[in-house]
Design a protein around this ligand. Structure first.
Ligand code: ATP
Length: 256
């Protein structure tokens, strides 16, 4: 029984040895994402966002410090299928159909596909791709590919979800639609979510709090709480309350 499905970083540092220099990608970063929370991570290019995600996914090791994902070491959590991830370029297998792409993590984890037929159907429904089960990625729009990527991230029923700029390549209108979709999906499954984004509006719309990072060395500058009630409707983007929160994040990005 896993009692904690959150993400914790305790004084985590990661440095890279360059040519004669050491890059401190993360310097003593501590962060606690409680179970079921939605955290957005924003910051200038090179502040260590992707590095943090890679460490939490168990794809890389910290130079020092401790990371806990769903109460385990990151690699253990990934092996147990407790983590899901979606990247900016949907990273789908072009020769696999929508449903086969969604099933990919099951193959990787050695799970029996036939046990998950209903799960995959449900996810296709959830992300609005009914009727496209047999389509290939090349036959889908950018937004549809990202939906597949999100369904794939959810197929193991992860307790912890990592999203690395999942809508970064989409135009503004589509991104807004996807933000609304993502909120709906998250409100249903309530996975602890860590979203890396460059969009202040996206961060404020989706998150319970926005963690603003600073670079050289990569560290947390400020945490802005987002006390907006859910579900947040599209109209919220134009409210003074929303703009005030965007301003707080923008100021923190400027180092205030
Ligand atoms: N494998 C690596 N080898 C050497 N340096 C690295 C490596 N990975 C990251 N870095 C350095 O660590 C710093 C943080 O990189 P990271 O990719 O985490 O930043 P980021 O905040 O995700 O940037 P972006 O917003 O541009 O994606 C950068 O200075 C980068 O050059």
């Amino acid at each position: 029984m896993i009692s904690n499905t959150g993400i914790t970083l305790e004084t985590v540092s990661r440095s890279f040895q360059g040519r004669g220099t050491v890059v401190q990608a993360l310097d003593n970063v501590s962060l606690d994402c409680p179970a079921g929370s939605f955290t957005a991570l924003i910051g200038p290019s090179g502040c260590g966002k992707s590095t943090m995600l890679r460490l939490a996914l168990g794809l890389d090791d910290a130079t020092s410090g401790e990371i806990g994902v769903a109460g385990m070491k990151p690699q253990q959590a990934a092996k147990a299928g407790l983590t899901g991830v979606a990247f900016q370029d949907a990273a789908l297998m072009p020769w696999r159909s929508v449903e086969d792409n969604i099933a990919l993590p099951l193959d990787v984890l050695g799970r029996k596909r036939s046990d998950f037929t209903a799960k995959i159907d449900g996810l296709i429904d959830l992300v609005g791709l009914k009727g496209f089960e047999k389509s290939l990625p090349g036959e889908l729009s950018g937004g549809m590919r990202q939906r597949v990527s999100i369904a794939r991230a959810l197929v193991t029923d992860p307790k912890v979800l990592f999203l690395d700029e999942p809508f970064g390549a989409l135009d503004q209108i589509l991104r807004r639609q996807m933000n609304i979709e993502l909120q709906r999906i998250w409100m249903k499954n309530r996975a602890t979510t860590l979203l890396v984004t460059h969009g202040i509006d996206e961060a404020v719309f989706l998150a319970d709090r926005v963690v603003v990072m600073q670079s050289r060395p990569g560290r947390i500058g400020k945490v802005v709480d987002i006390p907006l009630a859910r579900p947040r409707l599209p109209e919220i983007f134009t409210t003074p309350e929303f703009h005030a929160l965007e301003d707080q994040v923008a100021e923190a990005l400027d180092g205030h």
